[in-house]
Ligand binder design. Structure first.
Ligand SMILES: Nc1ncnc2c1ncn2[C@@H]1O[C@H](COP(=O)(O)OP(=O)(O)OP(=O)(O)O)[C@@H](O)[C@H]1O
Length: 263
């Protein structure tokens, strides 16, 4: 289906966020307007503190905007919802539950129990290559494995929107590359809409159809860059002229904003 014909999955309408801090009011986000289409993959980059996580938390319904609105499938977002799954950089697993029980947790909240919950959990545990660790506890896993569990847990409840806040930030390069390619597979097969924050411009270009560059605080959308490189993308993609030109451009824009922060 042509991109223009797809429905708007997430609508971000004039969002502003003010935090009350010890030094008075701080405007973290201002005038954010963005339409994200169904099955679109968006990456967000920008200097530290520009409000990326604040925006993701508002879309997730974990935080309320000071003004403006978020709509998901045309309905105003007023809190969390199972159609929006979140993966953070820190795995946030329950240490007292096994891998399988961690993945089943969200399913139970949805009323899915017994064999059905077990089958769904194992499908996603298999997908992230952790079949042999289903009965292990988080403390017995490496950082990369824990992050895989967090991803399996988010996928298992089958959200149509995946909100990911630097999910691969703490991982080694090889694990990161593998998880990127698994994420792209899932995105393509299961038609998810992805909103993915990263500091890594290479990662943004490998994953996204559109890269949103945010300006230094107060966070605004500085530029939306279309990434028209065909999928599947892989390590070779990173050598192409198209990739390197996009990388130079995006990196330059983000660096300018970083210099703004340091002024
Ligand atoms: N709960 C809060 N109370 C007060 N200020 C906050 C709160 N959460 C975030 N901020 C401030 O809002 C601004 C945006 O923070 P946010 O975490 O969204 O930035 P970010 O772009 O995700 O940063 P990073 O890339 O470093 O993770 C920062 O100046 C931060 O200090």
């Amino acid at each position: 289906m042509a991109r223009e014909e797809r429905n708007i999955k997430l609508k971000i309408e004039n969002v502003k966020k003010i935090f009350n801090t010890r030094n008075g009011e701080m405007v973290a986000l201002n005038g954010i307007n963005l339409d994200i289409l169904e099955n679109e993959f968006i990456c967000v980059v920008g200097p530290s503190g520009c409000g990326k996580s604040t925006l993701l938390n508002i879309i997730a319904g974990l935080s309320q905007p000071s003004s403006g609105k978020i709509y998901c499938d045309g309905h105003e977002v007023t809190g969390t919802g199972t159609e929006r799954g979140v993966v953070f950089q820190q795995y946030a697993l329950f240490p007292w539950l096994t891998v399988k029980k961690n993945v089943e947790f969200g399913l139970k909240l949805q009323g899915i129990k017994g064999q059905e919950a077990s089958d769904i959990a194992m499908k996603y545990i298999n997908m992230v290559d952790l079949k042999d660790f289903a009965n292990h506890y988080p403390k017995e896993l490496s950082g990369g494995m824990k992050q895989r569990v967090a991803i399996a847990r988010a996928y298992a409840v089958n959200p149509s929107v995946l909100l990911m806040d630097e999910p691969f930030g703490a991982l080694d390069a090889q694990t990161r590359t593998q998880l990127q390619s698994e994420l792209l597979d899932t995105w393509q097969k299961e038609k998810k809409t992805c909103f993915f924050i990263t500091h890594d411009v290479d990662e943004a270009i490998i994953l996204a159809q559109k890269v949103i560059i945010m300006s230094a605080r107060p966070g605004r959308i500085k530029e939306i860059v279309d990434i028209d490189i065909p999928y599947p993308r892989n390590q070779e993609t990173k050598m192409s002229k198209e990739f390197l030109d996009l990388k130079n451009h995006i990196w330059g824009q983000v660096y300018q904003e970083y210099l703004e922060v340091r002024k």
